[in-house]
Design a protein around this ligand. Sequence first.
Ligand SMILES: O=C1O[C@H](COP(=O)(O)O)[C@@H](O)[C@H](O)[C@H]1O
Length: 230
Amino acid sequence: MALTTLSFDNPEALTSAFAEDLVSILKTGIRTRGRASLVVSGGRTPLALFKQLSETNLEWDKVDITLADERWVDEDHADSNTSLVKNNLIKNKASAARFVELKSEPSDANEGVNAAEAALASMSQPFDALILGMGEDGHTASLFPCSEQINDGLDMSSGRTCIAVQPTTAPHQRISLTLPALLNSRNIFLHLTGEKKKHVLLDALDNATEAQKPITAVVNRAPVTLMWAP
Ligand SMILES: O=C1O[C@H](COP(=O)(O)O)[C@@H](O)[C@H](O)[C@H]1O
């Protein structure tokens, strides 16, 4: 396990240092490979980071952005991660970035998996940067410990990059990158705020199986930088 923890005094300091790191990584991707790829998470934690990034100078027209997971809801739904990214990240200076959507038309996420995998395949991989979040149940992306699909999502030899997931302890059917797809990243960050989530993470790493706390499956397999503030 290789977890590097960067702790900041407050969320503002975390946001500013994190945005700087990400821009530097994306610039390297653009300089080296012509385009850069960024995978972000949804939920509430990344909001301030998205806003800061959106106001940062970068050749955004050379950046592809996607989500680590999406709730299978329409874009005008309050829980849509797609609208969260469009309204907070892909705007201002970052409005020229290309957004690669996981969500498509079918009413069942299982029917949208192939289209999501095809969309993802259009991005430069390994991804330059992956920003993961974590729920208090230890889920990351939408790899939910409560779901019937958890072992398929964690299967390193499935050959799949996306999976449909039905959580039982959280709303909405989801689509998620699988563990091997998440790990196909040059730089993996875990973005957490608050004592409670830090405790959940450290406890999970000591005491839980990967299916019980899926975030551990990432940390067990790749170098991860924890970006944390109280
Ligand atoms: O449902 C989700 O939850 C996690 C954590 O969200 P947060 O609001 O506690 O930051 C998020 O990383 C994931 O993308 C999202 O779909």
